[in-house]
Design a binder for this molecule. Sequence first.
Ligand SMILES: Cc1cc2nc3c(=O)[nH]c(=O)nc-3n(C[C@H](O)[C@H](O)[C@H](O)COP(=O)(O)OP(=O)(O)OC[C@H]3O[C@@H](n4cnc5c(N)ncnc54)[C@H](O)[C@@H]3O)c2cc1C
Length: 417
Amino acid sequence: MSIEAADVVIVGAGAAGLMAAIVAAREAPGRRIVALDGARTIGAKILVAGGGRCNVTHHEVSERDYAGGSPHAIKQVLRSFGVRDTVAFFQELGVELKREGTGKLFPTTDTARTVLNALLTGLREAGGELSHPTRVRSITRSPADGPFRVEADGVTLLAHRVIMATGGMALPKSGSDGGGYAIARALGHSLREPILPALAPLVVTDPPWIRELSGVAVHASITLVSSSGKHLLTMDRDMLCTHFGLSGPGPMDVSRHWQMARVADRGAHILVSWQSGLTLDAVESMMRGSHAPALPWLREVVPERLARALLDAARVPVDASMRQLPKESRRALASLITQCPVRPSETRGFTYAEATAGGVPLDEVKLATMESRRCPGLSLCGEILDVDGRIGGFNFQWAWATGTLAGRSAARSLPPP
Ligand SMILES: Cc1cc2nc3c(=O)[nH]c(=O)nc-3n(C[C@H](O)[C@H](O)[C@H](O)COP(=O)(O)OP(=O)(O)OC[C@H]3O[C@@H](n4cnc5c(N)ncnc54)[C@H](O)[C@@H]3O)c2cc1C
């Protein structure tokens, strides 16, 4: 096992770690900046992101797009490195981004490989090093103001500054398996728990007929409600019924909120309006004014397979006249269309999640530099922190922003050579 000296060691070379390493290497030319990653394949998450096209950021990003840390703290970080900075950074690396109708920004090549290659080339050109597969086992510091001792597979590095960019636990086969949390704890940090899969599809058995609608896609409103019926939040998003339950942006965005609500209230569940914007009263009045039989009428509102399932669940015959439906049946059907109670049993877990809820609390880092308040000389960036964004490029924006702040401040605070 060799012992080597380094100026800045970055642990984890995902989006945040690569960004931190590039910025540190550019800020401190001639100093030794080393990124270590335990994964055999570098950038696996960047490559699968956005369906292989990598949704790099979103044209409009604000603290409201995130959960976890305090909105004020998240806003302060995002202000230091915003969407324009991301666009300019990638442009300088030769990656042009295009904005799609949804507001998401993708590389014009439509391939995530462009993004990863540009980051790896950018790191090399800035003089930074990347070593992998090199898993870090522990980080210690003795004496307290001495160099960090980074114990990794095959090598020990003695470093002035360390940046932890080990991510969360989503997609563990990519290398982000939560191992970084124990290292952060050993260096004096706490964790905001529970650590839960965010942006995860929902497993649904109640009502059972949802699983039979596999392939049906709708633009729905999803409302998270407490067991007492209090509305906690509502989001209008695309949704897909699958063989296990519900997937797509709506269910995935609500998943972290549903799990957090359930920690204190086991009865927390969701209400689905199968066509966003429709209210119970509006649907009832549409029914009263229609001469059409039930199925043709409902087919105009939702896809046919869903229409049949809703009629079946409300015990309304497909040929029943809408106008002549008994009041209770009309109400039951309108209620199923606009506020269908769905009780997920669980999420599909970290294997299928795109982010992690929980992590190192933001109040344990200085927001201008991402430097640890618990361990001077250590910085943290990316998903290891207690911040998770909604679907749309917000998690990468967090990684680019915090990676930049961490890399810059670590390099600028190096002792003279
Ligand atoms: C399928 C999927 C699709 C996604 N699509 C998008 C998208 O389109 N847009 C978007 O904004 N976000 C997307 N995300 C989320 C986004 O990928 C993450 O939020 C982001 O990659 C987090 O960056 P990070 O660098 O903090 O962590 P990670 O990317 O998880 O990187 C952490 C790295 O640390 C390494 N590591 C961990 N422990 C150690 C150790 N002990 N020693 C050495 N190395 C270690 C890991 O191998 C890994 O490479 C997606 C996520 C998934 C799973």
